[in-house]
Design a protein around this ligand. Structure first.
Ligand code: GCW
Length: 688
């Protein structure tokens, strides 16, 4: 009987261990003899003095017994030596140095958080079979998550449950998850979190909420994470009962100043504000005939005495049926270059439209010489299949960061610009809209965890590659068997292009479901705004498809440096994956491989579906080699993904065929349903 109970208990523990809660910190036992031989003798003891190092020590104590099967004792001469040394010479004050000598490993940093980062680095090295040594400094100063979480617990564009923050329990009860959230972020080097939606409720600034925010900040602080708030620009009117929120009025300025003072009295290291102003109906300075500069600088002045920052978003566009939304952010912000206060950063989405599966880089990144810009990536898969499609976003982040912008007419990657190397930024930042939620495994899709992981790693070092990050992540989560790691790694690296193939080949964009942004709806011609329709973007007609952004069209290309835009400007030289971003391509235009455009276009959708089938087959092969629960979870989601890939294919092929009036390429089987039938599927997803 006892034995059965034991087995039952063991099985329960197994199941718990596989539910994904522990993210990349489950620390399964190391089997590799070489790694064990190197680390075991050096981790028999932990040596530290500084009290601030307690959280770092806690991580070592948690991980080492699981990884190496030993329990490090406290103190001694050899072992893991952790030291805060303000005198140490290092590139970035958040960095750390690791050295190995004899039987010890020393991690030294000017700040305790650096030592914590060093510990996580060490744990990563153990799990990836590397020996640690060298100096490690973040290349970006502000490494942030943006949560689009509302005070009622919902998450805008969140697909993994409800908000992590339980406002009704705070400040008294601290969900243990808050600490695990902080640990996970610290393990990647993320040092900032904006905890609420940019479509911000003013309530977050009320005294009632600020004590709750303080409770979270207190949990995050030991992990080096600063809390920021998204603010509603009309707060002085909504909360302060002032007649308006005009940034040039002294009483409005006073309100913000006093609010900042109140926040800092509770949270002395508060990060600052993130602002979405005069965008998609949010209030802003333009409501009073003022500018983004007036608004941002007014907030900057309130925060300045406390060392706080303003992250002001460039995601601003006016509805104009004849215009080109692509150009909006540049037109709005370029004229203000150099006018923002020194604690303002302009936060720019990676592409000019809105987190599409593939976008060219936002031209603003190439154009603001006197204003620091922050990169805003989207980790939550709003336009990339929510939590049912497997898309490893690091490939997309990498493509964007490695883009050669040709700024200064030389090789200048976007990564270099973000690091401040090109224009000498005073502040540098990479942010990601979080994909976390209350689901037990945090991200809904188990593979979505890798996207959070990658965002953090790339914010620390934007020159890291998607490939190496995948390898790290797999070794810490799914398997350390080299064949399994490389099999899963190749699957991960293929997923983004597969998604592009069955949803948005050749630069097709903004053809998703209206409002909810799920599934295909390329036929949307009416929406609350003209630039929320699909027709605005694809412009399909009997001649061809795509948005002419050359000088015969909107001329958006002129916003880039000439040396960058030149190849994109002509149909002959435009990289094929961006064709429909910049050209209205005739259906019968010949492509490089000899196909006419219509045929090549249709083939991509079919190819995408086939590739999902390939993913399903490849995933089957790792059965028994990865945790069973994850295996089953991913298998099931792949089935949904397959079904939905066919849906995308049928919708796009049948709809665009009504313009091209051409037959499907030989050998492809026509969809089994009619366009009208496919349109009905979409209706099911509509909320209204
Ligand atoms: O992508 C769009 C989303 C909105 C979002 C907006 C933004 C928070 O559909 O839900 O609002 O972008 O980035 O502000």
């Amino acid at each position: 009987m006892k034995r059965y109970l034991f087995i039952l208990l063991f099985l329960c523990l197994q199941v718990r261990a596989e539910d994904g809660y522990k993210l990349w910190m489950s620390y399964s036992k190391i089997e590799d003899p070489k790694t064990l031989n190197f680390y075991k003798p050096r981790l028999q003891a932990i040596v530290w003095e500084d009290k601030d190092l307690e959280v770092a020590v806690e991580e070592v104590k948690l991980a080492i017994p699981k990884l190496l099967g030993i329990t490090p004792k406290k103190g001694g001469k050899n072992g893991l030596i952790l030291k805060v040394n303000p005198q140490i010479n290092i590139t970035n004050p958040e960095g750390y140095k690791v050295s190995v000598s004899g039987q010890s490993i020393t991690i030294e940093a000017p700040r305790s958080v650096g030592v914590l980062y060093g510990v996580f680095h060490l744990l990563r090295c153990i799990q990836t079979g590397q020996e640690p040594a060298g100096e490690f400094s973040p290349k970006i100063q502000h490494r942030m998550l943006n949560h689009w979480d509302n005070n009622n617990g919902t998450i805008e564009r969140g697909y993994a449950g409800m908000s992590l923050w339980k406002w009704y329990e705070l400040p008294e009860r601290l969900d243990p998850r808050y600490k695990d959230y902080a640990r996970a972020n610290a393990s990647l080097g993320i040092n900032a979190t904006v905890i609420n939606n940019v479509n911000a409720s003013a309530r977050f600034l009320s005294s009632e909420y600020l004590v709750k925010v303080k409770a979270l900040a207190d949990v995050f602080r030991p992990y080096g994470i600063k809390v920021y708030l998204s603010v509603n620009f009309a707060s002085p009117r909504i909360l302060g009962k002032l007649p308006d929120a005009d940034p040039l009025k002294p009483e409005v300025q006073k309100w913000w100043k006093e609010k900042a003072d109140e926040i800092y009295s509770l949270i002395p290291d508060f990060g600052g504000f993130l602002v979405k102003a005069n965008s998609e109906g949010e209030p802003g300075p333009m409501d009073y005939g003022r500018t983004h500069v007036d608004g941002a600088n007014m907030l900057a002045k309130a925060l300045k005495p406390h060392g706080g920052m303003v992250f002001w978003r460039a995601f601003v566009y006016a509805p104009d049926p004849k215009g080109d939304r692509f150009k909006a952010a540049y037109e709005e912000f370029k004229p203000y270059d150099g006018q923002f206060d020194d604690n303002v950063i302009i936060q720019v989405k990676n592409g000019p439209i809105d987190f599409m599966p593939r976008e060219p880089i936002s031209p603003l990144f190439t154009a603001m010489e006197k204003t620091p810009l922050a990169m805003e990536f989207q980790v939550t898969q709003e336009y990339l299949g929510w939590a049912t499609h497997w898309v490893y976003l690091a490939s997309m982040f990498e493509e964007c960061l490695k883009t050669d912008t040709r700024v200064k007419n030389r090789k200048t990657t976007l990564s270099e610009i973000l690091q401040g190397k090109t224009f000498g930024y005073r502040h540098t930042a990479i942010t990601g809209v979080a994909n976390t939620g209350s689901d037990r495994n945090w991200t809904g899709h188990p593979m979505g965890q890798a996207n959070w992981y990658a965002l953090g790693r790339m914010a620390w070092d934007p020159d890291l590659g998607a490939k190496e990050i995948a390898q790290e992540w797999i070794s810490q989560t799914l398997s350390r068997d080299s064949k399994t790691v490389s099999d899963i790694q190749s699957m991960m690296l293929s997923t983004r292009e597969i998604y592009v193939n069955y949803t948005s080949p050749f630069g097709l964009h903004h053809v998703m479901g209206e409002g909810h942004h799920f599934g295909p709806e390329p036929w949307v011609e009416k929406a609350p705004r003209p630039d929320w329709t699909a027709l605005y973007y694809h412009k399909a007609d009997e001649k061809g498809i795509g948005f002419d952004r050359t000088n015969t069209g909107s001329n958006a290309l002129a916003q880039y440096p000439k040396e960058f835009s030149a190849p994109f400007s002509s149909l002959e030289t435009c990289p094929e994956e961006f064709l429909l971003w910049f050209h209205h391509v005739p259906w019968d235009r010949k492509l490089k491989n000899g196909d006419i455009f219509w045929e090549a276009f249709v083939k991509k959708f079919y190819q995408g579906v086939k590739e999902v089938e390939g993913l399903q087959r490849d995933w089957e092969k790792v059965k028994g080699k990865v945790p069973q629960e994850t295996f089953e979870n991913v298998s099931a989601r792949l089935k949904t993904q397959h079904k939905e890939a066919i849906w995308w294919r049928d919708a796009c092929v049948l709809y665009f065929q009504t313009f091209s009036k051409k037959a499907l390429p030989a050998g492809l089987k026509a969809p089994e349903r009619t366009l009208e039938e496919v349109k009905k599927i979409v209706d099911v997803y509509h909320i209204r």
